[in-house]
Write a protein that binds this ligand. Sequence first.
Ligand SMILES: *[C@@H]1O[C@H](CO)[C@@H](O)[C@H](O)[C@H]1NC(C)=O
Length: 273
Amino acid sequence: MATFNGFSAFFAVILVAVNSQELVKEQCSQKSDVVFVMDSSGSISIRNFQSEKDFVKEVASTFKMGPDQSQIAVISYSDHAQVDVKFGEYSNVNDFNQAVDKVKHQRRRTRIDKSLDLAATSVFTPRGGARPNVAKVMVILTDGKQTVMSDSKTLDVAVRPLQDMNVTIFGVGVGKAIDIAELLLLVGGIEENLFRAQNFNELARDSLRVAAQTCKRIRPPPVDGSWSAWQKWSVCTRSCGTGIETRARTCDNPRPAHGGKAMSRIGRRDAFV
Ligand SMILES: *[C@@H]1O[C@H](CO)[C@@H](O)[C@H](O)[C@H]1NC(C)=O
C-alpha cells in the first residue's frame, strides 16, 4: 500500500509539471505585421479545419493586437487564395476570432503558390495596411503538397518576392502527406522555421510552443543608417595664414541595425580658411 501511494504521488507531480507548462502563454512583444495563411483544401475534414482555425486564433492571441502594436491578417487558399482578414481590420481579439471562425472552407486543391502571390501583392503592401519599419511575419499551414498545374509556380519562385520584402516565413506541415523538401523551399531552407505535427490534434496541443518559437525567431526590420547633425568645426590647424578646419558627422541617427544600410560617403568635411 505504501508503495502504491508513493507511486501515485510520483505521477501526480509529473502531471502538475506538464499542466503548468501547457498553461504558460507568453505575449510576443515584437511589434509585427503577421499573416496567417490557412490551408482550405479538400483533404482537410470539417473538424480539422476548425482545429486549424483554433491554432491560428491561439498563435495570433500571443501577439498584442492594435494599431500601435501588432496587426494580424488571414489568407486562406485552395484553388484560389483570398484575404479573409486585412491588416488593421480588427484590433480586438474577440472580433478577430469571430472572423477566423467564419473563414470559408473551399475544399478544393492545394495552390500554395497562389497564397504567396496574394500575400506579396495585396497584403504586405502599403495598400494592404502593412507598415514600414515593422517586422513582417508569415505563418503558412498545409497538410499536403502544392498541386502542380500548367499555371502553378514552384514554391521557391513563388516565395521570392516575400523573401525580398524581408518577411520571416514559418511553415507548419500537418499530417503524413506533406513534402518536407517543398516546405523547406517555403522557409528559405531555415529548418528552425519549419514545424511539423502528426495530425491536427497534435497541432492544437503544440500551438503555444509554435507561438513561442515563432516570436523568438522573428527578424526585426532592418534600420537604415542616417547622418547625425554636423558637429562643431575643429580648431584651425594654424593660427595664421592658411590652415584646415574639419568637422564630422556620424552615421548614428539612427545607427544602421538588423542588416540596414550604412551611409556610404565619409562623414567629414574640410574647409580651407
Ligand atoms: C531587406 O533587408 C535588407 C538588409 O538585410 C535591406 O537592405 C533592404 O532594404 C530590406 N528590404 C526591404 C524591402 O525592406
